[in-house]
Each structure stands twice: as C-alpha cells, then as structure tokens.
Design a protein around this ligand. Sequence first.
Ligand code: PLP
Length: 450
Amino acid sequence: MHAYADLVEKNKRYLWNPFTQMKDYFDRRPVVIARGEGRRLIDIDGNAYWDGVSSLWLNVHGHRVPELDDAIRRQLEDIAHSTLLGQANVPAILLAERLAQIAPTGLTKVFFSDSGAEAVEIALKMAYQFWQNTGKCSKSKFVTMCDGYHGDTIGAVSVGDIPMFHARYAPLLFQSYKIPFPNRYRNPYTSSDPAFGALHAVEELFQREADQIAALIVEPVQGAGGIVPAPKGFLTGLRALCDTYDVLLIVDEVATGFGRTGRMWACEHDGVSPDILTVGKGLTGGYLPVAATLATERIYTAFYGEYEEFKALYHGHSYTGNQLGCACALANLELIERNRIIDHVAQSARVVSTRLNALRDHPHVGDIRQAGLMIGIELVEDRETKRPFPLTTRAGWRVCWQARELGMLLRPLGDVVVFMPPLASTVDEIQEMTSILCDAVERGLKEVVG
Ligand code: PLP
C-alpha cells in the first residue's frame, strides 16, 4: 500500500500531467485515484468522489463493470494485440461491422485509431487525399468553426480555435477558414438567428472558395468551446450547403457520440449523415483508448486501388485496432443496447434540467446549456451585460474545488462549469450529483463575490 505523501512526491519527481499547470496542481493537494466503483472514484486514502465529468467525458456505465471486465479477460485468453497493417483480427472486424450497423446512414467503412485527436487527423488526411485521388487536387483547405476543439495534435489543433490551447502553437499550424459558431448566448452575428447568420457566412465562403475546400468540420455540440449546442437545423443547413458546393462534411462526435446527448449520435437530432464521422471517448465505455473514423462508400472507393496506384491511406499506429480495446468496445455497445442507455439518458437529462432550475435566477449564472447529459453552466460577473469574471478570479475552478469538498470531481472550461455524469448513473445518483453541483456553484460564487 502506498502512502499519499509518497505518491505525490513521486508525482512531483517523475509524472508530468497533461493540460495541467503543474505548480498550481501541487499547491491544490492533488487527488490520487486508487480505484473505481460504479459511478465513483476512490482515492488512495479511501475517500469516494462522484465521477462528475465521466473521467474526461467518456465513461458510460461506470467503473469496474463486470461485462466489460469479462470481455477484456476473455480476449486476453486469445491475444492482447497484433497489428492491423496488412492483416486483420477478429474483434476489429466485428467492431467495424457493428459500428457500420449503428452509424448514421451511409457510413459503412471504419478506420480505427487510438484517440479522438487521431480520429480527426485521419478524417483530415482522408478528406484531403480523397480529392487528390479523384483528381481535384486544388481542394486542399478546411473550414472550421471558431471556438472549435478537435484534439491536441498539430492537424487537429490547426482546425481548432480555442485561444488558450491554439494561439501559442500558431507558427506550427496550417491555415483553415474559420466561421463563427452559432452560439445562442453570445450570438456573433447581426441576425437574431445565429444559425441563419452562420449558414449565410458558410455559403458566402463556398461561393468564393469551394474549389479550394476539401471539407468542413464541425462539432454538433461544441465541447471544449464551452458546451454550446448547435441550434436545431444548423447541421441540416451545413449538409445542404456541402452537397450543393461539393464539400465533404466531417462531423466530430468524439464527445457527443454513444448516447451522450440522448441519441446514439448528436447529428441524429437533425437527421443528418456526414461524409466522415469521428468517434472516440465512449466507444469502449471509458475503458481503453480506441477511436474511429467512419466514411462513406464514395470516399472508400477513391482509395481502392492496385498495388502500384499508391492510393492507400498512409496512416496507422503501432496499436491501431488493438484486440483488447475492440473486444471491450463490442461489449460496451452490447451493454448500451441491453440496458437501453439512450432512453435512460433522455430521462436523466430531464431530472438534471429540473434540478438546475434552482440556479437559473442566480445573478452570476449567465447561461445553463444542456444536451442530454452534457451540461455547461456559464458563470459571469455581470448577468445583464454577460461580462465575464476577470481571469484571475478563477470562478470556474472555485466551483470545482467546492464540488471536490462536497464529494464530486469536476473540471471547468474557464468559467463554464462542466457536468457530464456517467450515462448509466441511476436517477438517484443523478439527483445526488446534481445537488452537489448546485451547492458547489452557490458556494464557489459566494467565495468570489462574497
Ligand atoms: N474532438 C472533440 C469534439 C473532443 O471533445 C475531443 C476531446 O475532448 C477530441 C476530439 C480529442 O479527443 P482525445 O482527447 O481522445 O484525443
């Protein structure tokens, strides 16, 4: 058994945490997780915390789920890993089949990877090379949304737009066209209907530049941009414009896929099927690093050639198509279906929404945004003018520290408090977590404004 102080000392000495300001982290007495139990995480000293952000937006059923544990154990009896380059394996084939069956219409080809960012890299390379392989070599640029987030690798950062993560790497990035996202709370358009404004901006761009544009990439709900759902009809409008101007539509469902918004796919709310879909996070239920890029037959066909045609998609990592991950993902998808998780999310989302009514009139709660079990609470200094708190106030963090004191782990996006409980949380668990969330917001804001 390791002692807390010992582990933190070793963390200080050896472990560099991602997206973490290290001094600040150590100043805040970091939590060291030892195990999980259902929807809770247990630290090295035995303190239990609700997993309020699903361990970075990906946990579906909870921790130590017997069906997922068994699937991994069973797979271990056969093999842990072999390459997918130039050969195949059983769970990768079966998972590709299953994904194609449940995907939005027309997405029949599945390309595996290890993370959401990599699924996006593949989508970009696939779209670019699709046009190269079909002889339209000028189509090499991408359209993306302001405040978008598609991962932290260089290609994914190039099509992202979150200043804190992206600005410092600017000299390393390729240029893409950026369209303001139709954010209803902070409408960037003169039109009172932000979706109309955004679609108009996209159409103007396409009219000028479509022969240069390979694809447009969009999140149905902006995640790291502050949990901002696209207005209904926006994706439908994008689909129509992409069809008219022959631009590929990439929908990034790394955060929203597998039931998070109350449908299997968020683009289902608009009845839209993209040309390329990126998925990750919830694919293995929050267990193992598997992601995927799904494409249509039209795209795949452009890569289907003889040896000497060199049409292959030149991408693939050491662990692509890992058997343990694919077996776990198959068990996860089976469990999502068997336990009717999608219906359950719709019900839980209503419970959260009702409980959050307690915060709607708070003078420093600017906006509460929700898509299923994807919730963002935007804190503002002035509700009337929507003026944010100064950065140094750390209002979002203060709320999360309060939540930790109350027994739930959260991680904010600036002053947007994010709440994304595991999808299978029971209604009672959801009630309890949402109560902690509300109390933490009240307490954190009291600390800020007195
Ligand atoms: N795309 C979206 C929409 C995301 O929200 C994320 C991560 O939050 C990613 C891509 C990157 O996924 P990963 O962290 O698995 O690389």
